[in-house]
Design a binder for this molecule. Structure first.
Ligand SMILES: Cc1ncc(C[n+]2csc(CCOP(=O)(O)OP(=O)(O)O)c2C)c(N)n1
Length: 338
């Protein structure tokens, strides 16, 4: 978001919500395309979708200020990445192995980032992003650059059982860092149901134990996500310390495209968390006169064109040449950019 849109995010305003929706549509269109490419055998490695989790993801990404804030997205955060400003071509290039991509063709899918712009490369080790963002915020404080900044990450319910989650959140609470953790509780950590993952009634109750503010939201409710997650980011930015948001939802895909998610009981799929946040978004925006059906159609058409262009471009780009590649993590000029 731009600075002026950010003021709007603080109020849960229309520009923020519209930015969320645009990012959700772009992410859904891109991921549908990636799923087709995967099924056609054109993608090496896994494909991970955020279907059903886009409202939560976009609410966080759109509330952050690129270039100022820190953001550590997870595998289901294409919508958040897009809302934070990641160009679609970064994703297409990473999945299709282009040497011109952010990971220079050396990582297949989601471990990409733009660290110099405040977006960390994704870490597969569950919970680790919490420690990384907390550390990034502490580093900003030591550099005298923390004022007005927020550091945010989205994790799954599985991450909440890890040591890194505990250590990072505890440290952030003690240091009163402006850390926002959004837990996308899709009720299964891969195939492990919540009752085999934690024994507390609600993960948001843990906030009290850490001495931080806790929030709950229905992650399928588009406007509720905008209000609750937007407010959590504003609270962190205004000095209220770490914020733990627990969003209840269901992923409408498998863990990855290799997984059919058959361990999710039909009764849960048929329940209220089985609804698609995209449908909810469209209904709510018409009801609240935020966007017309025609405008949504235009956004969808534009997204389809942009996705097609990004994928077509990445498909014709070269793969890395192992004999000529510079294998250093950030390339030879990284030190000069610090
Ligand atoms: C520290 C750690 N332990 C185990 C794994 C293996 N692993 C990969 S995904 C996953 C489950 C993730 O669950 P969750 O975060 O709830 O996300 P979901 O796939 O359900 O959306 C596990 C256990 C890992 N990546 N990191």
């Amino acid at each position: 978001m731009t600075e002026s849109e950010h003021h709007d995010a603080q109020k849960g305003g229309a520009d923020y919500v519209r930015a969320m929706y645009r990012a959700m549509i772009q992410a859904r269109a891109l991921e549908n395309k990636l799923s087709s490419l995967y099924k056609a055998g054109k993608i090496v490695g896994g494909v991970y979708l955020g279907k059903g989790q886009e409202a939560v993801s976009a609410a966080l990404g759109a509330a952050l200020i690129p270039g100022r804030d820190l953001y550590a997205p997870l595998i289901r955060d294409q919508a958040g990445r897009t809302a934070f400003g990641e160009p679609l071509i970064d994703c297409a290039r990473a999945y299709l192995g282009s040497a011109l991509g952010p990971m220079r063709g050396r990582d297949g899918n989601i471990h990409r980032g733009r660290p110099l712009e405040g977006m960390f490369a994704m870490i597969s080790h569950l919970g680790s992003a919490v420690s990384v963002v907390a550390g990034g915020l502490l580093a900003k404080r030591l550099q005298g650059k923390l004022a007005g900044c927020v550091g945010a990450t989205c994790v799954g319910d599985g991450a909440t059982s890890t040591g890194a989650f505990h250590e990072g959140l505890n440290m952030a609470a003690v240091e009163k860092l402006p850390l926002v953790i959004v837990v996308a509780n899709n009720q299964f950590a891969y195939s492990t149901p919540n009752h085999r993952q934690f024994a507390c009634e609600d993960l948001a109750d843990r906030a009290k134990g850490y001495g931080v503010m806790g929030h709950k939201v229905d992650g399928t409710d588009f406007l509720a996500c905008a209000a609750v997650i937007g407010q959590a980011v504003s609270l962190a930015r205004s000095g209220a310390g770490p914020q733990l948001v627990v969003a209840q939802l269901l992923r409408l895909s498998g863990h990855g495209e290799h997984d059919d998610g058959s361990y999710v009981p039909d009764a849960i799929r048929a329940g209220s968390y089985g609804r698609d946040c995209m449908d909810v978004a469209e209904k709510q925006m018409i009801e609240h006169q935020i966007m017309s059906a025609e405008e949504m159609d235009r956004i969808r058409e534009q997204a389809a064109i942009e996705v097609q262009a990004a994928v077509a471009q990445a498909q014709q780009e070269p793969a890395p040449d192992p004999y000529r590649e510079d294998w250093r993590a950030f390339g030879s000029n990284f030190a000069e950019t610090l």
